[in-house]
Design a protein around this ligand. Structure first.
Ligand code: SF4
Length: 395
């Protein structure tokens, strides 16, 4: 049985951080009620046109800052999802939150409503890093939010951290990791800072006001983090993600696994992306345009809605390439030969044989039983490995 995931985009932030290029806006919070109504309309429309009641095993409130929504709005969106799809009883329901934007009572309410995983944008424990990133919180806000989340009954907490920040030293990064580990999260996501076009960071680097990211320093920080997290009992299961085994379970993010396994998901909200039935979809990005488009119901074929701005049909070769690129990010699981063959009715060697052989020879990929995985060295050169699978024409 194919199970689906739902991504729900909440494009509001109190302030736009200097490095951020996500589809999010500050100063438009007065549009939240109309946006929530539009989001529910979009969910209902897709639920109506779906070929059957789609089973859903993960939901993800991403942003932006979903913790800016009133708890009742979270409840309304979840209720709409449950009415439109078959949300499974043990579904993982994640919500991204920014420390300093929520209260204990709010956390207790959303936990009661069914949200069972909290992902906190901690980024750093050091005030200078946070100031440079233009984050609006400090370390106290993070530790208080984690304490409140535990009191509210959250057993599944992720902390997002950023490394490779200008002027961040290795010692400062280690201190951030120690403070994060001291809060015993179930999951950690570590991202290297990347300088994105049209962000203040991009202009500061271009004008020489900030040093450009140093790849060697970032690689050293990554290796340090891997060593510290492994020593603390965390398992790296994806290039940027670590989970702990606790209470008989490895606390991986089921929603992100859906992306890495290239399985279907529906994206709702301004700028949200979806992938279902060999079709990639992208919604209109502006909040106002999104709300306007959803004011009139339209009869569009599944999975399109009036908010859909772009579609791209994914041909079989592209889908196989994407499955390799994303699956190889899973450092333990890799790409299963059997699963590939069941899905595409072709063997992995038939399609990618010479590429795999040359990457194995270079020590970047290895077979572990029936699974093809990155080697330790391959993890550091992941992008090079992934590109090899893109530069292939149909055999
Ligand atoms: S809080 Fe997150 S989504 Fe919002 S501007 Fe900052 S980095 Fe971007």
């Amino acid at each position: 049985m194919t199970v689906f995931s739902l991504y729900l985009h909440i494009p509001f932030c109190r302030h736009r951080c200097a490095y951020c290029d996500f589809n999010t806006y500050s100063g438009q919070e007065d549009l939240i009620p109309a946006y929530v109504e539009a989001l529910c309309n979009e969910i209902r429309q897709v639920g109506r046109t779906a070929p059957n009641r789609l089973p859903v095993h993960t939901l993800y409130f991403g942003g932006g800052t979903p913790s800016l929504l009133p708890a009742e709005a979270i409840g309304l969106i979840l209720e709409t999802c449950r009415a439109s799809f078959e949300v499974l009883p043990d579904a993982e329901i994640s919500l991204e939150a920014n420390p300093g934007t929520l209260t204990l009572e709010w956390l207790q309410t959303i936990r009661r409503l069914g949200v069972n995983r909290l992902s906190l944008g901690m980024q750093s424990a050091h005030p200078e890093d946070l100031r440079l990133l233009e984050r609006q919180h400090d370390f106290f806000d993070v530790s208080q939010t984690v304490r409140w989340a535990r009191r509210a009954g959250f057993e599944n907490i992720n902390l997002d951290l950023i490394y490779g920040i200008p002027f961040q030293t290795l010692a400062r990064w280690e201190a951030t990791l120690e403070r994060a580990l001291g809060m015993f999260p179930e999951h950690l996501s570590l991202y290297a800072l990347s300088i994105e076009h049209a962000t203040p960071f991009y202009h500061w680097v271009a004008r020489g006001l900030l040093p450009p990211p140093d790849d060697d320093v970032a690689a050293e920080m990554y290796e340090k983090a891997d060593a510290m997290l492994t020593q603390s009992g965390y398992l790296q299961y994806e290039i940027s993600n670590w989970a702990i085994r606790r209470e008989g379970r490895l606390w991986v993010c089921q929603h992100n696994l859906q992306y890495w396994l290239n399985e279907p998901y529906l994206g709702f909200g301004a700028g949200a992306h979806g992938f279902v039935e060999h079709l990639r979809t992208a919604n209109v990005r502006s909040i106002r345009a999104y709300i306007e488009r959803l004011q009139t119901p339209a009869q569009l074929p599944f999975p399109l809605t009036p908010a859909t701005e772009q579609t791209q049909t994914i041909d079989p070769l592209t889908e196989m390439q994407e499955t390799m690129m994303m699956g190889l990010r899973l450092t333990q699981e890799g790409v299963s030969r059997q699963r590939f063959e069941q899905r595409f009715h072709r063997s992995i060697e038939e399609v990618f044989g010479p590429t795999i052989a040359s990457l194995v020879n270079l020590g970047l990929l290895e077979w572990r039983g029936e699974r093809l995985c990155l080697t330790q060295r391959g993890r550091l050169l992941g992008n090079r490995v992934f590109m090899e699978f893109v530069d292939i024409s149909a055999p």
